[in-house]
Design a protein around this ligand. Structure first.
Ligand SMILES: [Fe+2]
Ligand SMILES: [Fe+2]
Length: 187
């Protein structure tokens, strides 16, 4: 499999674990508990710093080539660039709301709950569609030379949460994700 697809697939698995943690925060919140705005804020900060800035642009690059080679198939896959733009917008909107909550400004709990729920649902749907539609279409249409060129353009941008060198400000979040994964495995 092309290196870039390996990476994107791994990042989807990581993102899914991140969404599992956000789901858990939402469940606690929906059950009437206090929201852990620090954790939710860190999750959104990561989405802005890595998926929006690094993961999605790599997919846009693949999608651009797919669209130029087979516009009909690309249209069936959907407008990926538009989805990325609207996901980034939803991320910023929710991140601003959480920032206000962290600054102890009044926020509407129902609104936080609704935006968080929609955010998780959209992200999961987006990832599932890329895995089931976009990646297989790209593998059918792009040539070995295309993949080699894309792989050659991959920068060594480190993932500040799931990479080897975890940024200090994501340390607590990484621990939460690892703990949740350990719980799920019954460790
Ligand atoms: Fe994407
Ligand atoms: Fe993706």
């Amino acid at each position: 499999m092309p290196e870039v697809l390996n990476r994107l697939h791994k990042e989807h698995a990581d993102l899914s674990r991140l969404l599992d943690l956000l789901d858990r925060q939402l469940a606690l919140f929906t059950a009437g508990g206090a929201a852990d705005y620090d954790t939710i804020g860190a999750i959104l900060r990561y989405c802005l710093e890595y998926p929006d800035a690094v993961h999605h642009p790599k997919e846009d690059l693949i999608y651009d080539i797919l669209r130029s080679r087979d516009p009909v198939l690309a249209a069936e896959v959907g407008d990926l660039e538009e989805e990325h733009r609207s996901l980034a917008e939803a991320t910023r909107e929710l991140a601003e709301l959480i920032e206000r909550a962290l600054a102890e400004e009044p926020v509407d709990r129902d609104h936080v709950q609704k935006l968080t729920h929609d955010f998780i649902r959209r992200y999961r749907h987006h990832i599932a569609r890329e895995e089931s539609h976009m990646f297989p279409a790209a593998r059918r249409v792009l040539s070995d030379r295309d993949w080699a060129e894309i792989d050659g353009q991959l920068d060594g941008e480190d993932d500040p949460l799931f990479g080897d060198a975890v940024a200090d400000y994501f340390r607590a979040l990484r621990d939460d994700i690892d703990n949740l994964a350990a719980l799920a495995q019954g460790d």
